[in-house]
Design a binder for this molecule. Sequence first.
Ligand SMILES: Cc1cc2nc3c(=O)[nH]c(=O)nc-3n(C[C@H](O)[C@H](O)[C@H](O)COP(=O)(O)O)c2cc1C
Ligand code: SF4
Length: 481
Amino acid sequence: MSLGKYKSQYPRVAQLKTAEKLREHLDQEGIDLEFDENLNSGENSPFAKTHQLRSGNKIGNAFCILPMEGWDGTTDGKPSELTKRRWKNFAISGAKLLWGCEAVAVQPAGRANPNQLIMNEENLDDFEELYQLVEREHKTAFGNSDGLLTGLQLTHSGRFCKPNSKTKMEPKILYSHPVLNKKFGLAEDYPLMTDGEISELIDDYVIAAVRAQKTGYKFVDIKHCHGYLGHEFLSAYDRDGKYGKSLENRTRFIREIVAGIRAEAPGLDIGVRMSIFDWMPFKQGPEGTGIPATEGPYKYAFGGNETGLEVDLSESFQFLKELEKLDIELLCTTAGSPYYNPHIQRPALFPPSDGYMPPEDPLHGVARQIAAVSEVKKAFPNFYAVGSGYSYLQEWLPNIAQNVLKAGKADSIGLGRMVLSYPELPADVLEGTPMKRAKICRTFSDCTTAPRNGMISGCFPLDPFYKKMEIHETLKTIKAS
Ligand SMILES: Cc1cc2nc3c(=O)[nH]c(=O)nc-3n(C[C@H](O)[C@H](O)[C@H](O)COP(=O)(O)O)c2cc1C
Ligand code: SF4
């Protein structure tokens, strides 16, 4: 069903022009979001706060660029000119923590698309060049690269692997999921990854981390989010053997990887990007609006209760205790999955082509992530916690984010879509420059719709570089049809 014909029932953020209007709307909708009416800039701004990690590495301010795939590497997993352009934009954004800057596969079979970057021996020089590019561009823009911390997000895409063709999924799964197997056309008895294959994969993570350190990166993220493999371990309640059922078994994957990295790459910081809560999958309802894809009880939502529609952080907290024991300080929070419940993962007014109209005002989605991270910070003050999902806040992003930082509800504000359309937003906020309205991401979701239809990602509606591309016309046709 095309979603083009449906109109959202929620007001656009750009219409909430004054603090009174915003407050009135939040009150009316029962959305718990606080904001500062006035912004601080310069050294006294909470955005300028620095942090020294236990490892000694320093983070120069409280803005983080979140990882975002571009679907534009070469087929042998090297960065293209488009990849470099994106990383350059991240480098000159003003943010001091670059978390990623995109998911990088640790083995070819684990790629999310045939153009995903791969960390292997052949690509070492390319990864080193990317790291140097970030350092150089940041220095040119800001005079030095003090406090700039760049890591690499290591991944295996599990259920969502498409290593060889943009149209052919080649899933690697840990257990048969009653809803997701069906949704993505897998038989109930689709083969599971064996414990032996998992052991080999753990070795590949460790080797990739060693290579990341060798090429300059200061930390690696062992991705546990968005329904990809790391995240699937956490809900492997039905899996037999040493990686399933008990929490101890479901967290064995991260423990074994971390042990390997500590032994082989001493001094390399380790971070985890985690979906701190998940819900059941959603689908389009009769009016195009998202509705739950199944009826409760639902047991696979890690960080959710058995309704599949509410947050319950008790197991997430147990996982975080494991991370603390592993001496991990860097935590990047997110929620759900872009493949089966995008409205909780990246709140948007305009859904991607494989999505659904938002079943709630997207501000609820932002508030839910902020509240969950705040709970994490209260219970685990020693994590350096990055929050996500802020782009939907648009004009109000700095005001709400500043309030979050001042209240200690997160340590760093992660930016995803907003920096595709408006890369220098962090620098503007830090300097006290008013936001450039024409560059504000309006959550049109083209950066997700394009790759879902086999194209590269980018901000086609607002970034002049992508706007003028021929494929922008193709994308418009797809959206209209
Ligand atoms: C085009 C695109 C690609 C993404 N790729 C990744 C990725 O490679 N790894 C990851 O952890 N998250 C990825 N994400 C999720 C973002 O990091 C972020 O969590 C999400 O966009 C919500 O933040 P925002 O509201 O600032 O956009 C991607 C998001 C977008 C829009
Ligand atoms: S395409 Fe541009 S405006 Fe649309 S969601 Fe992505 S970054 Fe935002």
